[in-house]
Design a protein around this ligand. Structure first.
Ligand SMILES: Nc1ncnc2c1ncn2[C@@H]1O[C@H](COP(=O)(O)OP(=O)(O)OP(=O)(O)O)[C@@H](O)[C@H]1O
Length: 607
């Protein structure tokens, strides 16, 4: 067993994520660890070396220590200790014996609307508690919900526990990301995070909406071939109601997925609404419960005071501590644009200062460089290019797994990707037929989504070995028949309910009520640039025609075949003429005339 710090021993790996490796561990017998007994089993998340080597991450780790240790809720995996020793950063947590929700979903398929609602109500409870404590999770996804099993009144029940609090915030270090990069997992990232706008606890409610949709349908509402395409879908597409989704549940999901964070409910309202939905959509629901569920929209009140994510809120000179722009924490990198505390809120395409070009000496870039290198500088020789930031290496490794937390710059150039449709410039006004603003021009460098962001095919889940997993139905994800495993669901979790009200057509009035999303505006720096001459791409080499796989192929046989066919037709015609016309008779006559003529010639010349 490997020691970690002076108090813990690592036993075996439980899993690996983008930010570190989780181990099953032990508290040493001979020491007193905070909140643990000697010899007690714990889970230890050892953060990646690259994070541990970042002075800002260490600083945050220490600063948020008390906050994370204080966070206590039945649906939150408790952080017991934080270890900072030498080059090592680790979080010591309660050990949860059970699969994470992503693995459970893959093995068992989607939940019934009641089961999904009750499960997510508990996750919303956890969010409400953390938001009240000033902590926003920012990386909500099924992989961060662990399913412990508890026995209540003799029956085993599933108990969701939210984990990885504070990890997204640690990763969101100035040494690791820039102001306009997002930290999160593309499939669950809120539009404002994708755009690098200020974030609040509403990003967690958005993530909860995506998770809820996924729990009951087996798929995510916004999909794409690449991380970038998924992010664009979050910004530009409206979620579609599946035909089997009960109306009250759809009301909840649709409100959580509002593009405008101010229109999303608070986590507390979400938890309450989900319990009302669970009570009112089953076949055994009383008429009063059904009516209450149908009126659930009234419960989904927006959060009057959402918890702000420090560092994502625009800097206010002289404002309260914690709201200052985090890029001030470290001195700017050489060549990096100067921090402007008076800069306007950064909305996609309006950033000031502009994003550094990929491939520059900026160590914090996390997206792979574009295929076309930037033009050589005209002035003094450029400083030597530094090695890629360790975080890049980490992300590259992380991309080997599906659905990873990612840190990525997401700027206007990304929307100019010719392979994907640009988002509407006024999302609230509908996406089609909108013209880009004057001066908008596609970036000719962009040939497609950055190569590193290509999604890998889903990885087959490892078999879940603990608890009663073996007895559960092993249906394929996304199939309704895979719901054999509800025996572990909390009381009240049931099979898919009949009698749902049919889906109603989308209410245009509600859509119209939505305020328009921030408009795309051309950054001033861009307008000053001389228009780039359109680059002509070299014509791709012409593909050679594949040779026939027919081994009997003889070059030129095409013509020969035609000729043979003509000859055959002529032969057949000849046979027919010979047999069915008086041609033989004429032929005999001709032969007779020929013989007579020959005899006459012979007699004339005396032969
Ligand atoms: N407290 C815990 N007890 C038991 N197992 C845990 C605990 N925390 C995490 N795990 C397991 O460790 C694995 C890796 O966890 P981690 O949080 O690093 O992964 P992730 O959420 O997929 O990654 P990331 O959030 O970095 O993208 C998970 O599959 C989870 O099942």
């Amino acid at each position: 067993m490997r020691p970690v710090g002076s108090k813990y021993l690592l036993e075996e790996t439980l899993g690996r994520g983008a930010t570190g490796t989780v181990w099953r561990g032990l508290v040493r017998q001979d020491v007193q660890a905070p909140g643990s007994e000697p010899g007690q089993q714990v889970a230890i998340k050892v953060l990646r070396e690259e994070l541990a080597a970042d002075p800002d991450v260490v600083m945050r780790f220490l600063r948020e220590r008390s906050l994370l240790l204080r966070l206590s809720h039945p649906n939150i995996v408790r952080v017991r200790d934080l270890v900072v020793e030498g080059e090592l950063l680790a979080l010591v947590m309660d050990l949860v014996e059970g699969p994470d929700l992503a693995r459970y979903l893959r093995a068992n398929g989607p939940f019934s609307p009641i089961a999904g609602s009750l499960l997510m109500a508990q996750v919303a409870d956890a969010l409400a508690a953390s938001h009240a404590d000033g902590i926003v999770h920012r990386d909500l996804k099924p992989a961060n919900v662990l399913l412990a099993s508890t026995v209540v009144q003799g029956t085993e029940q599933m108990h969701p526990m939210l984990t990885d609090f504070g990890i997204a915030r640690l990763a969101d270090s100035p040494g690791v990301t820039r102001t306009q990069e997002f930290v999160g997992t593309p499939a669950y990232v809120a539009p404002e995070s994708a755009e690098g706008r200020p974030q609040t606890s509403a990003v967690d409610v958005y993530g909860a909406g995506i998770m809820l949709y996924e729990l009951v349908t087996g798929r995510q509402p916004f999909q794409g071939d690449s991380a970038l395409a998924v992010l664009q879908a979050h910004l530009a597409q409206e979620p579609q109601r599946p035909s089997t989704m009960p109306e009250p549940l759809w009301t909840v999901i649709e409100r959580c997925l509002r593009k405008d964070p101010a229109h999303r409910p608070s986590a507390t309202a979400l938890a309450r609404a989900l319990r009302v939905v669970a009570a009112g959509v089953g076949v055994h629901a009383s008429p009063a419960a059904v009516d209450e569920a149908l009126a659930v929209g009234a419960l989904l009140l927006p959060d009057p005071q959402p918890t702000a994510v420090p560092g994502t809120v625009p800097a206010v000179p002289g404002g309260p501590a914690g709201t200052e722009d985090r890029t001030q924490v470290l001195p700017p990198a050489p060549g990096a644009p100067q921090y402007d505390p008076a800069a306007a809120t950064r909305v996609m395409g309006t950033q000031s200062p502009p994003a550094p070009p990929y491939g520059s000496q900026d160590r914090t870039q996390v997206m792979p460089p574009t295929a076309v290198p930037p033009p050589p500088p005209a002035g003094p020789p450029a400083p030597q290019e530094e090695a890629p930031h360790p975080w890049q290496t980490q992300l590259r490794a992380a991309r080997d797994r599906n659905q990873q937390t990612q840190v990525g710059y997401f700027g206007p150039e990304d929307f100019e990707d010719p392979q994907v449709a640009p988002p509407p410039y006024q999302a609230g006004q509908g996406g089609s037929g909108q013209q880009p603003p004057a001066g908008y021009r596609p970036d000719p460098r962009r040939q497609g989504p950055p190569p590193g962001y290509a999604q890998r095919p889903p990885v087959a889940p490892p078999p879940y070995q603990t608890g009663q997993a073996g007895q559960r139905g092993q249906g394929a994800p996304g199939t309704q028949g895979a719901r054999g495993g509800y025996r572990q669901a909390p009381a009240g979790y049931g099979q898919p309910q009949g009698g749902y009200p049919p889906p109603s057509p989308p209410a245009p009035a509600a859509r119209r009520a939505e305020p328009p999303a921030p408009q795309y505006r051309e950054p001033p720096q861009r307008r000053e640039e001389p228009p780039a001459p359109p680059r002509r791409e070299p014509a791709p080499p012409r593909e050679r025609r594949p040779r026939s796989r027919n081994r009997m192929y003889i070059p030129g046989l095409g013509c020969l075949k035609g000729c043979l066919m003509v000859l055959l037709v002529l032969a057949l015609a000849g046979v027919a003429l010979w047999n069915f016309t008086p041609l033989p008779h004429y032929w005999d006559n001709v032969v007779g005339w020929w013989d007579s003529a020959r005899d006459w010639v012979n007699s004339v010349f005396g032969k």
